[in-house]
Design a protein around this ligand. Sequence first.
Ligand code: NAD
Length: 478
Amino acid sequence: SLEYTSLDDIDNIVQDSKRSSEERQRRLAHAENPRAEDLALRLKELRSLYFGLKDHEEEIIDALHQDLHRSRHESLGLELIPLYNNILALIENLPRYIEPEKVQESSLLFKLSSVKVERIALGSVLVISPFNYPVLLGIDPVAAAIGAGNSVVWKPSELAPATAVVMERIIVSSVNPSWIKVVQGEIPETTRLIENPNFDKIFYTGSTKVGRIVSQAAAKNLIPVILELGGKSPVFITENLTSADLKRALKRTFFGAFNNSGQTCVASDYVLIHESQLEKARELTSEILDDYWPDFNQDTEFSSMINDQAYKKAIERLENTKGTIFQPSKVAGELAKRCIPPSVIFNVTWDDSLMEEENFSPVLPFIVYHDIDNVMEQVVTRHPDPLALYIFSQNQREINKIMNSIKSGGCAINDTIIHVGTMNAPFGGIGQSGQGSYHGKWSYQAFTHERTVLQQRLWMEFLDDTRNPPYNSNKLAI
Ligand code: NAD
């Protein structure tokens, strides 16, 4: 079972992490070829981490099943395989990332200088993770932080305890403790961590509410933060779709709404559907739900809500909605613990309980619209800055109009969620959905400082004359 780290030990753990990173820097400073040695050290830990995960894949899948009743298919497809790919890409690209980048300067002043941007390790960083993808959203930033040359303290989510235990065991047995330490716990332990002044950065993934707390605590010590938060991500199903398009649009929207039982930060949270599509959409929804889940019972591979509180909250919203609920037609018997069948709710209005905050459950409200301008204004006033924006349309002008009217962290057109899997583009929120980004080279940037390094030749004294007294206007001509 999950044992929380003693509060008395936490400050020492943070201190040790800082000391490890300082010692490593000192050792490297004396090395024959510091960059090559640094690279070798980082690669060694990343490879150990990768094989540690691979060797314990079955245990991880079992733990995720215990915590979330998650299927093997989802755990591999949405969590482990993307994580493996990200670590492998990091290993492959690290030799390139670690090299300073040469900069060309056009001004005559720098013609004979060398200008480079080098990305230097920050030191010791804190990574705090949520429960919903407890492996990927923890280890992805942890790996990036190590790859970038930092020591890391990782605080897994206490709400996924079986996974937290397995992951700690894997990390302790595979990665050198000078690079990573795990602190287990909930609010008191995390508070202790975020109030510690010895971190050089905090990378937080979780709710907007707690993100604000983390940001405030970090600000007191001038610690920079990256915040990966949540929000209500809307889906537009517009009039510019044929009925075949509409079916694909619904299937892709349901993928975004129901995997991991809707507990996904970029989940399709609610649908804005043009009135002309409504009747057909209702018909197709029943058809698709029955196709996907011909029987829905306790053996169905469908994730459960993480805890009783989340379950209760989602059930209450379903009970309070004034909309019409569509579920697979054969929901039978007792379901798995805390399981809610996928639910599409038609005829929802803006003041419905399902429209208050991020649903984070397998419920998908549909609001009908008549006028696109009007509905876009509602989105912007009620739920600004979502983490993702989804638009189904075959009309580029319409797509542009929606994109230009609504700011969002990311955007997918004619699909949901999978934009997060792109490896050469940043992932992050805006405003209430977060700040800073990661993935691919952005992960490396997230955990390094960009230091501009100018190297001069000492013989270029004639250039010094231009900046030194006595002043005259000709000297500025350069
Ligand atoms: P959460 O904010 O409740 O918890 C996240 C972490 O913060 C946990 O490790 C927890 O122990 C800690 N924590 C909780 N309360 C705290 C407090 N008062 N002070 C200090 N630390 C505290 O989030 P969650 O419920 O685990 O995750 C769901 C949320 O995360 C959703 O809002 C979702 O949208 C968001 N999320 C965002 C992303 C992203 O990449 N942007 C990814 C996944 C989840």
